[in-house]
Design a protein around this ligand. Structure first.
Ligand SMILES: O=C(O)CCC(=O)C(=O)O
Ligand SMILES: [Fe+2]
Length: 198
């Protein structure tokens, strides 16, 4: 495996964004996809937004060290204990990034109608300039970055086994979203490894 530091930064001067295609080869990625799909404790969360409870358009599961609590939109997320697969994947990603993580948010997009709205991962529990490592398994989906000031967009197609790393001041300059698509899509699993300060 090469290292994060050998990859080009896709957004110089505006934080750090690194893309490593196929961190996991197809056979390994297939194995993980199947097992994560079957074994993670997928739930559809509800969020209280603008005075209404809305179903989040994807399934989620939160794993991590017991102290790694995470709160957003008024919901406290208590982590489930690490599974063997998530521990193994975390080890590989930590090695590649030379960075430690104490939690992972898993997202399951069941089809092209599942999505994630535009946001920045800038909760205070993540610290000032978080390093977030995002792995993709299953069908490919487009991740779109939007520059906060200029509105410029940057699209990255995330495929089976790919790694994307957001770091430095990225969250201060850019937001990101996973738009719905009318293309017919099979499920996609995304794992975002994070370090929560407690
Ligand atoms: O599914 C993705 O690739 C994006 C996930 C994401 O932005 C997040 O979990 O904060
Ligand atoms: Fe995010």
């Amino acid at each position: 495996m090469s290292a994060l530091s050998s990859l080009p930064n896709l957004v110089p001067d505006e934080g750090e964004l690194y893309y490593r295609s196929g961190l996991f080869g197809a056979a390994t990625a297939d194995e993980y996809y199947q097992r994560l799909y079957r074994s993670l404790a997928w739930r559809q969360e509800q969020l209280f937004i603008y005075g209404r409870w809305l179903k989040v358009p994807r399934l989620m599961a939160w794993y991590g060290d017991p102290a790694a609590r995470y709160r957003y939109s008024g919901v406290e997320h208590l982590p489930l204990p690490w599974t063997a697969d998530l521990q193994a994947i975390r080890g590989d990603v930590e090695m590649f990034c030379a960075h430690g993580f104490n939690s992972v948010l898993a997202n399951l997009y069941r089809d092209g109608q599942d999505s994630m709205g535009c946001h920045a991962d800038d909760e205070k529990e993540l610290g000032q300039n978080p390093l977030i490592a995002s792995l993709s398994f299953g069908d490919s989906r487009l991740l779109r970055f939007r520059h906060r000031k200029t509105g410029r967009t940057l699209d990255i197609e995330l495929r089976h086994g790919d790694l994307l790393v957001m770091a430095g001041e990225l969250q201060h300059h850019w937001r990101h979203e996973l738009p719905k698509t009318r293309k017919s899509k099979q499920p996609r699993i995304n794992l975002t490894f994070r370090r929560i300060f407690t």
